[in-house]
Design a protein around this ligand. Structure first.
Ligand SMILES: [Zn+2]
Ligand SMILES: [Zn+2]
Length: 194
């Protein structure tokens, strides 16, 4: 097996969704294209050895680094994942509620416009589609809301899954003791010019 530092870092995905599904929390890297999700699964994640999958969250101020890697039965096409993300409510919920285990699934993410959705779908502003003007511009009709355009998204969770049991939340000072996150920050943070 190749060493961790030989595996390329991959951050070309939209973000991470955290969802309850099948009794466990699901950690869902989001891609925008179904084909892309299929090849990511076939080439990389399918070959991961479940018991060796590591999930790390390194918290820095109001952001966190999502870091995920694994030993692979097909090291040639292995990738390690990372993404710098804001500490969202869903992230905080996952942090509190994961209980040491999670399913890893891929998700296909798509933007939805006002015409695509049912009346009760929530806009990013927190108000439902039916509270947005259906005229030329779909502004939110709530007085205090400054949302100018309905926007929402939909996530389709793909069925195939892996089980993750090695999950750690770290601060930057702890990273030197953790091979995967140390390697990630070394390559993607410390060795990049500011
Ligand atoms: Zn809105
Ligand atoms: Zn609104």
């Amino acid at each position: 097996m190749s060493s961790q530092s030989d595996i390329p870092w991959f951050d070309d995905f939209v973000g991470i969704a955290y969802r309850y599904y099948d009794l466990r929390m699901n950690v869902v890297p989001l891609v925008t294209d179904r084909k892309e999700s299929a090849s990511l699964w076939h080439d990389t994640i399918h070959w991961w050895v479940d018991s060796s999958i590591k999930l790390r969250f390194v918290e820095l101020y109001d952001e966190y680094w999502f870091i995920m890697g694994s030993d692979s039965q097909k090291p040639d096409t292995n990738l390690s994942f990372f993404k710098i993300l804001p500490k969202s409510e869903n992230y905080q919920r996952f942090k509190k509620g994961h209980g040491g285990e999670a399913y890893l699934r891929l998700g296909v993410y798509s933007d939805k416009s006002l015409d695509d959705v049912k009346k009760d779908v929530e806009c990013d502003c927190g108000h439902e589609a039916q509270d947005h003007d259906e005229g030329d511009d779909d502004v939110c009709l709530f007085n205090k809301c400054n949302c100018k355009k309905f926007s929402s998204f939909q996530v389709n969770l793909l069925k195939r899954k892996k089980t993750i049991t090695d999950i750690k939340f770290l601060e930057e000072k702890d990273v030197k003791d953790d091979t995967l996150s140390w390697n990630c920050l070394n390559v993607n943070k410390y060795s990049k010019p500011n």
